[in-house]
Each structure stands twice: as structure tokens, then as C-alpha cells.
Design a protein around this ligand. Sequence first.
Ligand SMILES: Cc1cc2nc3c(=O)[nH]c(=O)nc-3n(C[C@H](O)[C@H](O)[C@H](O)COP(=O)(O)OP(=O)(O)OC[C@H]3O[C@@H](n4cnc5c(N)ncnc54)[C@H](O)[C@@H]3O)c2cc1C
Length: 593
Amino acid sequence: MTVYSVPLREMRFVLHDVFRAADTLTALPGFSDSTADLMDAVLDECAKLCEGVLLPINQSGDQEGCSFKDGKVTLPKGFTEAYKQYAEGGWCGLTAEPEFGGQGLPETLDYLVNEMIGSANLSLGLYPSLTQGTILALTALGTAEQKSAYLPKMVSGAWQGCMCLTEPHAGSDLGLLRTKAVPNADGSYSITGTKIFISAGEHDMTENHVHLVLARLPDAPEGSRGISMFIVPKYLVNADGSLGARNAFSAGSIEHKMGMKASVTCVMNYDGAKGWLLGQAHKGLAGMFVMMNKERLFVGSQGISVAETAYQSAATYAKDRIQGRAATGPANPDKPADAIIVHPDIRARLLFSRSIVEAVRALSVWTHINVDISHKHPDAARRQHADDLVGLMTPIVKACGTGYGSEVANTCLQVFGGHGYIREHGMEQLVRDVRITEIYEGTNTIQALDLVGRKLGIEGGRLFKAWISEVESSLKRLEGRNDMGEFTGPLKDAVARLQALTMWLTEEGKKDPNGRGAAANDYLRFFGLTVFAWMWVLMIEAALAKTDDAAFTATKLAVGRYYMQRVLPQIASLDAVVRAGSTSIMALAEGAF
Ligand SMILES: Cc1cc2nc3c(=O)[nH]c(=O)nc-3n(C[C@H](O)[C@H](O)[C@H](O)COP(=O)(O)OP(=O)(O)OC[C@H]3O[C@@H](n4cnc5c(N)ncnc54)[C@H](O)[C@@H]3O)c2cc1C
């Protein structure tokens, strides 16, 4: 079994000491109640659910998995009951509008709630997260009638939602999708087609499911500009809100997967199912991005959720497992060997893991504060600035949260040696579970292409400049702080290198059609490591300002130093790799592979 207790202290440090989130959030319209005390109380409550209800069924859920018979999906034991407790606690509607029964709390808080839920039980956490994304899309794009028909039930958790984009021949390239939507006389549409890989497409956890399905109208232009989005409920909803006839779609099968076995993934067949247009015709992909932008940040949090559990488990094991002696002489002469935590390699693995987890958590909290500002700030210019920061950071949070999350899970498995590879300790489940996060919600390569191909180029680098202005203001504030020099120095150097590399890449992209594609993943990593360095500077600044807990401050300094000295320098090799261009990648003829 893995070891996990919710890192409330770390979460509070980031929320209150590093970012003073309550000061920013309570000043936003609608969030005056989101005080530090309230947020702490919410986190405490969720921690109880995670540790007491969700974590205990994580390993059994993996071992039992989901089953499929006669079109019906059965979830592992305890999952429906655990979900009921989650729904009864009001967690589904944490950020939803109060007029639909939601609590109207900040996305910042939702991030931390989701992080701990994912650490406790990644599979279970995916079901409600899809519902939350569906709620967001319906709130943003639905008509008053659609909102009142679906939102209260989804916000309460009585119904769940899912997103139905992928088809056998259309994955990353959704412009290829073929599912059809034909208008009916009553204003509805008949949806026909097959979707694959649909998370939570069918199951017995809730009485109704609301599918958001991408399909093409008969007059649709080709490609991604001809896609519309439809609300397709499993049971039709009568005028009085009661459930009516079963809609004409069903699960054809479920996928047999490497991990996240308790999260069901379905092939869905729509056979003239009744659907209703959500948003404008042919603008469905843009509409789906309302949901996908939230989900991309959510998936980034999934990576770090698993990494936190992996770190806690590995740190506990490393203090217990005895093998070999410390190079400096026996650390525990009374025992036949020392705990493996004496070995530099084991310590380095743990420090790498911790330095990444803490940096990504800080980045995620900062990004979500900006999500809240972008939604609520009364000043349009402030909203735009925050939105720019979120737009730039979304591919980084998604790809670095999951890419490094996966690397951390693997690194921590290694701490267990052979015991990590067998089932008992749960480490192999973490490695299997986290792997999908690098793939779904747009593969990490698609994220990197979004960063270099789209986000960097918006209005002559407006988003990049918005972020640079934030880092420069931190560095200016810390100018002359000798106690921070070992942290601000490497950050300054990394930012200068990133700026130079970004200019190089922009020029290279004009000369070489493969230039951006060849550089994208390594450039994103470089960017991510630089953003993490900034997060470490902010965390060190806050830790040094904390005078009530010397041990906490000393630990932060030690982990931050490790990051600056042993992780950040990787940017030098990434710089060289990016600048190597596409020639060596494209030289080999296709037939030679
Ligand atoms: C467990 C699971 C759950 C999922 N849940 C959902 C869900 O709920 N709803 C839903 O709609 N979908 C879901 N998906 C689908 C998922 O989003 C897709 O698998 C993913 O977007 C990639 O599409 P694909 O698998 O077709 O791969 P492809 O698009 O075929 O990609 C194959 C490889 O080519 C690369 N590639 C593709 N295009 C480019 C390009 N232009 N440039 C460079 N590289 C490229 C990709 O990065 C990848 O490495 C799920 C998938 C899984 C496995």
C-alpha cells in the first residue's frame, strides 16, 4: 500500500505565505467569503474524505477494475458509495455558480482539492472532474433552458458529465472527426457516430449522464471549423425535470488499459441519439476549449498528485529499508546495515522528486489565482493580463506537471528496488496510473506545439512579455538581497537564456518548416524548469520571511538549493538540443526507419 497523508502544511504555505491568496481572492467580486480561515476549513474537510474514504479503495479499485456486460459497466467495490460521500459533501459544485446550487468558491481552492483527491485515488477523481468541466461549458455556453435543465443536477452530483471528442481515426487531429448531427423538426439533432476512449462514458455511479459530443452538421465546412458541440443526455429530461426515455446510444465495449483501471474508458455508439446544440453551430471546438482549458490544468494536477504520493511512499520506505553502509561509516551501528536514505543516490532521487512536486504545486496555485482574476477582476486590463498568463502557462502546467509527475513516480519506484516492481507497495500502480496523463487532454507534444506554434506568437509575444514582466518584478523586489543571491542568480541567468532561445526559435521557425516541431518538447521543458526556478525563488523568499518555524525554513532552503544546483542546470543541455535544429531529425529517409 502507498503512503499518503494530505500535505496540508505545504498547501497552506503556498496559499498563504507565498501568494497571500486570500488577500487577492477576497478582493474579487463574489469571493469576499474566501478568507484564509474558510479555505483552511475546506482543505481540512477534503483531507478527511481523501484519507478516510478515497485512499483506502485506491489499490482494490486497481486490482478489481471495471467490468462490462450486456452494455452495462460495473465499477469496483466501494466506488459508487465513495462518490456518494463526495457528492453529499458538495464537492462537485465547489466552484459552480450559487444560482445552480454551487458554492461559488475560487478555482484556486479547487486546484488544491483536486490535487489531494488525485493523490488519494486518481481514478475516482477523474469522474467528477469531467462533470466539473461539463458544468463550466454549460454555464458559459448554455441557454437559460439548458442551464436550468442540467446544471442543478450536475452541480449536486446526481448526474455526471463527460466529453466525447475522440474517434478511431481522429485523435490529436479533431478536424478529421465524422460523427454526424442531422437537424430534427423539433429543434433537436440526431447524432450518429462512434467515439472511442470516452472516460466515464457509461457506468452505474449516477442515474443520468450528460455527454458533450462533437459532431458535424450536414452543411459543415471540412476540418476543425466545421465542428459543433451537442448536449446528449443518457436519459432524456422531461419538462418537469424528471427522467424520460433512454436515449439512442450505448457503450459498445470498455478499454483494457495499462492503468487507471477503476476509471472506465468506453467505446460509445450513437445511433441517432437525440442531442441539442450547445453554443454556436460550427464553433464547437472553440466551445469545447472552455472545458478543455480547465481539464488541461486539472490533468497537470493529476501528474503532481501521483508524484506527491510516490514521494511520500518512497521517503517512508527509504528511512525503513536497511541495505549497505553509509560511505562515511555506519550510521546505525546497532543494526546489520543502514537505512538506504544514507546513500547519496537515494537522497538525490527524493530531493529531485520533492523539488519538482513543490515547484509544480506553487505554479499551479499561482496559475489558478490568475484563472480567478481572469474571471472576476472588475478591471478588463487586469483580466486580460491574467488570462494571458494562464494561456501561456496552461501547456506548461499540463506537460510539465504530467511529464515530471511521471518521471517522479518512476524515480520513486526505483527507491524501492525490486519491491517497487511488485504489487504490494503500490508503486507500480502509480507508474501505470500516471502514464496516461502525458497522453490525454492533448498529448504533451500537442501542448508543446500549442506553446511554440500558437501561444508564443500571439501579438508579437504579448503572453511571453506578460510573464517576463512578472518575473522581472520579483527580481527587482529581491535586488540586493544577499541571502537570496544563490537563488535569484540562477533564475536571472535562466530567464536571460530563455529570452535568447525564444528569439532564436522565432527566427528559426521562419526559416525551417520543421524547426518549431523539432524544438517544441525540449523548449517547453526549458521553459518549465525556468518557471520552476521562479517558483523556488518565491518559496524561498516566503520561507525566509517565516520566523515561527526554523526547521521548515531550513528544509525549504535545502530543497530549493538542490533544485538550483542539480535540476535547473539541465537547461544548458536543453538549450543545446533546441539549437541543434531539425536537420539530424529529418535526415533519415522514411524507409530507413
Ligand atoms: C484512458 C484514456 C482516456 C481518454 N479519455 C478521453 C475522453 O474522455 N474523451 C475524449 O474525447 N478522448 C479521450 N481520450 C483520448 C485522448 O485524448 C487521445 O488518445 C489523445 O488526444 C491522442 O489521440 P490519439 O490517441 O488518437 O493519438 P494520435 O493523435 O494518433 O497521436 C499519435 C502520436 O502522434 C503524435 N502527434 C499527433 N499529431 C501530431 C502533430 N501534429 N505533430 C506532432 N506529433 C503529433 C502524438 O503526440 C502521439 O504521440 C482518452 C484516451 C485514453 C487512452
